[in-house]
Structure formats: C-alpha cells, structure tokens
Design a protein around this ligand. Structure first.
Ligand code: S3P
Length: 451
C-alpha cells in the first residue's frame, strides 16, 4: 500500500503544498476536530476587552486572524493571556475605557478585526487611533462601515476618499441611528451595534437578509440590552450599555468543517465525523447546499454550548453529487463556503449556478475570479458570472500548478480538489491556510488512507 504524497515545500516565508494520491487511490476516514470558530473567537476577545471583569475563552482559534485581534486589543489596554486553545483569559478595561494606543493598530489580513474594531474606536471620545492591515486588507472596502459610522458622528479619514486603510480615527460621542444596510454583512451589522453600545438611545441595523448572529448572541450574554426582529432582519441595541465578563466556549468552525464535508462527499468510499462543530442556523447554508447536491450528511449529538448550537457531523461518500442552484437568502448563510462548494460542484453531475454572490469579489481575494481560474487550470469547466459562477461538473480533474492568491479558503479548497484529481497538484502560497486553520495539512495527512 503506497501512501498519498502530501508534503510542504518551504521557500522563505512561502509554502508549496504538493498533493498526489497513490495509484491505488485513497479514501478519507476518521473522527476529527476543527479549530475554533473564527467569528466567535474575534468577538470573544473584543467583548472580553470591553467588559468589566474577567472573560474566559475555551477553544479559541489560534489562527493569524484572532492573533491580530488579540494584538490590537492588548495595545488598547486589555490584558490578554497567552493564546492557547484550552483557556484564554481576558481582563477587560470596561466599556468606554480603552486607552489611546502608542502604536498603529494592525489588523493583518482580517476584515472582521478592522471593521468591528472601527465601530469600537470611533465611539471612544477624544482618543486618536491609526489602523492598518496587510496589502489584501488595505485594498478591501471600508466605506461600508465608515459611511454609517459618519452618520453617527464618527471622524474617520483614509485613502481613496476615506474608503481604504490605512485609516485615522478620532473617537467621538456618537449618536444612535437606524441604519438600513444595502448588504447582508455581519461585519457591517456588528460594527454599528458595537458603536451603538456607547451611543445614548436605540441604534438599529436592518439588513436585506439575515447574516450571522454571533454578535447578537454574545452581546446579550455579556449583558447588553438587545432586541431582534427576525421578520424585518433588524437588531436594536440600547446604549449606553454595560458589559460584564463571561465564560465563552468556542465551537469548531463550520467554515473549516466544510472542507472535510465536501472531501468526504466527493472522495470514493470516505466516511468522516467532524466533532463539535458550531451549527448556528445563520451559518448552516453549506449543509443545505450539500443536501441539495445529494450529499449524505447527518447531524449527531446536537447540543448547546454557551449560547451556540453544536453537533458532530457525519459525512459519507455514498452517491454521485448533482448540480444545483445556490442564490438569494442562502448566500449570506454560506458566504465563506462558496470556494469549497465550487469544488463540490466541479465533481457533481450537471450544472451548478451560484448567483447573488458579488460580495466574493471583495473578500481576501476575488474568490469568484480566483476559484474559476485555478479550478479551470485543473480541467474544470467554470464560467464567471458578474455575481457568481456557472460550473459544469463531472469532468475528471488533473493535477496542476495552482495559486492561493494568499487567500486561506482558496488554498484549502484547492487542496481538497487535488485529493480527487489524477496527477500532481502544487498549491503555491499555501501558508495562507494558517489564517483560519493552522493544522489543515496535518489533518489532511491524518485522514487520507490509501486503498
Ligand atoms: C464575518 C462576516 C462575513 C464573513 C467573514 C466573517 C464575521 O463577512 O465572510 O469571514 O465574523 O462577521 P461579511 O460581513 O463581509 O459578509
């Protein structure tokens, strides 16, 4: 029995991940865990930093993105213990008492860090903050949060007409607004709600479709007065709020589990259980999409941990996937899983159409353009649409030289495509996976069993 080739070649800071399945083929087997949820990890560190007293965080994601959040909030005066997945302790400063940092706040690659933090900084009167990020983040639109913050009275300056980082913020006493967001974005919603914590009165955000609601759940648990109207997709926070440190348990990230769910569904004879995955209904669109495609997926041991639903997820490769349409209100509920769903679609029979997903063009990379180009290098038949992809599945894929474009989800999606392809795939700049999943390659090696 010859094992699969799964190896990393390091050149300076850059890694190439090489994947070649053995001539006898392979299947994926085992029970695995994925790292902590990225969205919940950021929020636990931020609310912990703003609260009075101590917050403990179990299961924090140790990826680069939450590390950026931890560094920023340490500079802002919170006392955060060394990051580890078992237990992180955050001693908060108390709402409104962040200190003026002596250096630039660097959000790295993390849109969530920058956008949520802007709401917090803008509402700290009299303090000056400089905010930047890596080259990807410095090209991502910040006007979507800056404009509503300016309506609240925020003072923010930046490149390209106050829309791109680096940014300068001088905190103000903000006033509450009712903001009708043109996009369903949890980052926009959370930014405004966090700014609203310090504004006197009711700050409401209405969005066109429901985005992830981790901020709402956690803000309530920390003691904020918050009401949700599901009918109109509106959330209202009443300020000034008081936040009190809590115990947060971070479930496994369904966005990371998604790589294994697709891998298990497309690689012949696979059977995997991903344990302890967060299955908040605002995040489970990927399960619905895979079900539409005919995947064999079962939720086991459903439970709740610190206000978030959790389950173990079993996936079996039992049937050939079939194409489907993914659009509308489903999109915000699987926004980060579209790259890996494109891989599923490339192996499915028939055509898959993904629409209403123009947001993907302003993620860590232009995920529509990059996924189409990279999978097509492997022999897929994907056409880019202005707001999505049209994927004609079922053609066998062949290994190729492909590039992550330094986007973590692209790197991991291409690795899963490579598992089910013939020949050798080299994924360049694969180190990007560490943004949300530092142990991805180790788990890949662990679950791949030669036939
Ligand atoms: C996130 C919201 C989403 C998502 C991102 C994390 C969050 O972004 O893509 O990975 O934690 O709030 P948008 O709000 O831009 O859709």
């Amino acid at each position: 029995m010859q094992a699969a080739t799964i190896k990393i070649n390091q050149t300076g800071e850059s890694q190439t991940l090489t994947i070649e399945k053995p001539a006898s083929g392979l299947s994926l087997q085992g029970r695995i865990r994925v790292p902590g949820d990225k969205s919940i990890s950021h929020r636990a560190l931020m609310l912990g930093a703003l609260a009075t007293g101590e917050t403990t965080v179990e299961g924090l994601l140790l990826g680069e993105d939450p590390r950026s959040t931890a560094k920023c909030f340490s500079l802002l005066g919170a006392s955060i213990s060394e990051l580890n997945a078992e237990l992180v302790t955050v001693r908060g400063v108390g709402l409104g008492d962040l200190t003026e940092p002596i250096d630039v706040l660097d959000a790295g690659n993390s849109g969530t860090t920058m956008r949520l933090m802007l709401g917090i900084l803008a509402s700290h009167p009299g303090r000056f903050f400089a905010v930047t990020g890596d080259s990807s983040l410095r090209s991502r639109p910040m006007s979507r949060v800056i404009k509503p913050l300016q309506q609240m009275g925020a003072q923010i300056w930046g490149r390209a007409g106050n829309s791109l980082a680096p940014l300068a913020v001088v905190g103000q006493q903000l006033k509450p607004i009712h903001y009708h967001s043109p996009i369903a974005s949890a980052q926009v919603k959370s930014c405004i709600l966090l700014a609203g914590l310090m504004a006197e009165g009711e700050t409401t955000v209405t969005e066109p479709a429901l985005s992830r609601d981790h901020s709402e759940r956690m803000l309530r648990a920390f003691g904020a007065q918050l009401t949700v109207d599901r009918e109109t997709c509106s959330v209202t926070v009443t300020g000034p709020a008081k936040l009190i440190g809590q115990k947060v348990i971070v479930p496994g990230d369904i966005s990371s589990a998604a790589f294994w769910l697709v891998a298990g569904a497309i690689v012949p004879n696979s059977e995997l259980v991903v344990e302890n995955v967060g299955v908040n209904p605002t995040r489970t669109g990927v399960l619905e999409a895979l079900e539409m495609m005919g995947a064999d997926i079962e939720l086991q041991n459903q439970r709740e941990a610190a206000g978030e639903p959790v389950a173990d997820i079993l996936v079996r490769n039992s049937a050939q996937l079939k194409g489907c349409t993914i659009a509308g209100d489903l999109i915000p509920r699987l926004i980060d899983e579209i790259p890996i769903l494109a891989v599923a679609a490339a192996f499915a029979k028939g055509t898959t159409v993904i629409r209403d997903a123009a947001e993907l063009r302003v993620k860590e990379s232009d995920r529509l353009a990059v996924m189409a180009a990279q999978l097509n290098r492997m022999g897929a038949k994907i056409t880019e649409l202005p707001d999505g992809l049209e994927i004609t599945g079922g053609t066998p894929l062949t290994g190729a030289d492909v590039d992550s474009y330094t986007d973590h989800r692209i790197a991991m999606s291409l690795a899963i495509a490579a598992l089910n392809s013939s020949g050798v795939t080299n994924i360049h700049r694969a180190e990007a996976a560490a943004i949300s999943y530092p142990d991805f390659t180790a788990t890949l090696q662990q679950v791949c069993q030669p036939n």
